[in-house]
Design a binder for this molecule. Structure first.
Ligand SMILES: [Fe+2]
Ligand SMILES: [Fe+2]
Length: 408
């Protein structure tokens, strides 16, 4: 952890839920939340959603050793003293139908089978175990613009077309090119995780599979938090160069400082599970246009970091490991502010970009929303649910549905 600190440098209240029908309502608003109001109310909204989907059944519980009850026994046998079953997810009912038409993305895995060179249809390859990636094979190649160096990330817009036909991630989480097969078949690894704020040029995250699911998870989270430091620092510089309001530039720099703390906090958890945290790596990227910056913010900030803040809020209440819950309480508050910042930034760029660029940014956000919904169909490791408070598949989809419904 000392090494981590050395490399890093130094560096919202809630009322009870008020629900009219199924739409969340704020006492300051006549009606539902609108775009220019949502940034002030995200913290309240997230707490209401968590309240709505959780029923407190025990104010305090007995001490438990997680290793005795879950797979965490193989994760270092960490003794965890925490309230048991503080929250039990309830049936979300119609919320789980979601407002999003996942269409053909949600059709489930396709047996890769033998590749017919005459069939150019993309298909799923052998899964990449222990990663947040799915392999999509393109027997007839990929566009020249996607032929980056093996291992490098491909432009987000191209990922939609390269991943969407088969990957549950749909390309909204980014993708990278792997070495082609001997017969020329191109391999694209499509990201299916919803954690962190990834910025262009980020190289694949190395986890710590040898440390078990909990160690691997928190090692990846810590590295992604670390990558978020770079993302916000770069964003602050870019916004300053674009003439953005000082408040937005200052908030981006403040967010980078938050991410430093998150890296240390999540790194400490990873170390408890015996997992090393590796520094993120970035490839060089050139000067970006405001539209490119806005596209990344729409996908990573307005969709993924916003949902990540809600998930962190849930985890801070549901984690049985008190140390994890405590760390996530601070992180959830910061991440909610980052989500608010993302929406504020989008409001500003909406007023600066021309109509065409604005439409492309909004389309990217809609695509990322649909992709994230599809990703949430994936099962979650039981030890992450039990120890880290990660929402399981049904809970995650209920949280996501409630969030998108309230923000619509
Ligand atoms: Fe963070
Ligand atoms: Fe963040």
């Amino acid at each position: 952890m000392h090494t981590l600190l050395a490399q890093l440098g130094t560096g919202i209240g809630s009322s009870l839920p008020l629900i009219r029908g199924r739409r969340l309502w704020h006492p300051d608003c006549e009606g539902t939340l609108h775009m220019n109001q949502r940034s002030r109310h995200l913290g309240d909204l997230f707490h209401r959603i968590v309240w709505m989907l959780a029923v407190p059944v025990a104010g305090c519980g007995s001490s438990v050793t997680v290793g005795a009850e879950t797979d965490a026994a193989t994760d270092g046998g960490v003794d965890v003293v925490a309230p048991v079953d503080r929250f039990v997810p309830i049936d979300a009912g119609p919320l789980d139908t979601g407002p999003i038409d996942t269409g053909p993305i949600d059709t489930g895995p396709i047996d890769a089978g033998p590749i017919d060179a005459r069939d150019c249809t993309p298909r799923l390859g052998t899964p990449l175990p222990g990663t947040c990636e799915e392999l999509v094979l393109h027997p007839c190649g990929i566009p020249p613009a996607a032929q980056v160096d093996a291992g490098s990330y491909i432009s987000g817009e191209l990922c939609s077309s390269l991943c969407a036909p088969t990957s549950i991630g749909g390309g909204g989480g980014g993708c990278r090119r792997l070495d082609p097969l001997a017969d020329g078949t191109e391999r694209v690894a499509c990201t299916t995780c919803a954690v962190g704020r990834r910025s262009e040029g980020l190289m694949p995250i190395e986890g710590a599979r040898e440390s078990g699911p909990l160690g691997d998870f928190f090692a990846r989270v810590a590295t992604l938090e670390w990558a978020s430091v770079t993302a916000f620092e770069r964003l602050a510089d870019e916004l300053a160069g674009c003439g953005a309001p000082d408040e937005l530039v200052a908030e981006a720099r403040r967010s980078a400082d938050d991410e430093r703390r998150h890296t240390v906090a999540m790194g400490a958890v990873a170390e408890r599970f015996g997992a090393p945290v590796r520094a993120p790596e970035f490839t060089e990227i050139g000067k970006r246009s405001l539209e490119s910056i806005a596209l990344e913010n729409a996908v990573e900030g307005c969709v993924r970091e916003t949902f990540g803040a809600l998930v962190a809020t849930w985890q801070s209440q549901a984690a049985r490991d008190e140390g994890i819950a405590r760390a996530l309480r601070d992180i959830a508050e910061d991440e909610t502010r980052h989500a608010e910042f993302s929406w504020e930034l989008q409001r500003w760029v909406d007023g600066v970009l021309d109509e065409g660029a604005r439409a492309r940014v909004h389309a990217a956000r809609a695509q990322a929303t649909a992709s994230l919904w599809a990703e949430l169909d994936a099962p979650v490791d039981p030890s992450l649910v039990a120890v880290a408070g990660m929402p399981d598949r049904d809970t995650a989809r209920a949280l996501f549905s409630a969030m998108t419904f309230a923000l619509a």
